[in-house]
Design a protein around this ligand. Sequence first.
Ligand code: HEC
Ligand code: HEC
Ligand code: HEC
Length: 134
Amino acid sequence: MYDSGKIIAGLLIFVALVTFPFYFNVGKVIAKPETKIDTPEIQKLPEHERKCVESKEFMRPGHMQLLNNWRDSVVRNGDRIYLNSTGKDFDISLQNTCMKCHSNKKNFCDKCHNYMGVKPYCWDCHIAPKENET
Ligand code: HEC
Ligand code: HEC
Ligand code: HEC
C-alpha cells in the first residue's frame, strides 16, 4: 500500500530543497559589495552621531551630485561651509571631510565603484587618503 501522506510530505520537501537556491537568492542577485564604515575617524564618533553628511538614503544615490554642488560652491562662490539638512555644518572638502571619515577609500569608494564600473577621475588632482589595509 502507498502511504500518500508520506509521499506528499516527501514531495513537498523535495520541491522545497530543489527550489531553495532560487528563493534564497531573491533580492540578492544585485546585492552590492560590502562597504566598510569602520574607519578610525568614524569609530571616534559617538554611536548616535555615526552618520554621513546627509542620510545614507540620500548619500547612496546622491553623493555624486552633492560633490558636484560642493565643488561649485567652492570654485564658483568661494563658499567653503556646507549646512546639511539637520543644520550641522561641514567644511567643504573632498580630501579633508569626505576622505577623513572614509579614509578607507579602497574598501569603500573603490569597492563600490569597481563593482559598478565607475571610475571617478577626481584623484588625478585631489589627494586620496594614504591607506594601510583595513
Ligand atoms: C563624519 C564622518 C563622515 C563624513 C564627513 C562623510 N561620511 Fe559618508 N558616511 C559616513 C557614515 C558613518 C556612513 C554610514 C551611514 C549610515 O549607515 O547611516 C556614511 C555613508 C556614506 C555613503 C553610503 C554608503 C552606502 O553603503 O550606502 C556614501 C556614498 C558616502 N558616505 C559618501 C561620502 C561622501 C562623498 C562624503 C563627502 C561629501 C562623505 N561621505 C562624508 C561618515 C561620513
Ligand atoms: C554604495 C556604493 C558607492 C559608494 C560607497 C561610493 N560611491 Fe561614488 N558612485 C557610485 C555609483 C553607482 C556611481 C555612478 C552613478 C552614476 O553614474 O550616475 C558613483 C559615482 C561617483 C562620482 C561621479 C563619477 C563620475 O564620473 O560621474 C563621484 C565623484 C563619486 N562617486 C565619489 C565617491 C567617493 C569620493 C566615495 C567615497 C567617499 C564614493 N563615491 C563612494 C556608488 C558609490
Ligand atoms: C584637473 C584637476 C581636478 C580634477 C580632475 C578634479 N578637481 Fe576638484 N578641485 C580642483 C581644484 C584646483 C579645486 C579648488 C581647490 C580649492 O580652492 O580648495 C577643486 C575643488 C574641489 C572641491 C571643493 C574643495 C575641496 O578641497 O574639496 C570639491 C568638492 C571637488 N573639487 C570635487 C571634485 C570631484 C568630486 C572630482 C571628480 C569628479 C574633482 N573634484 C576632480 C581640481 C580638480
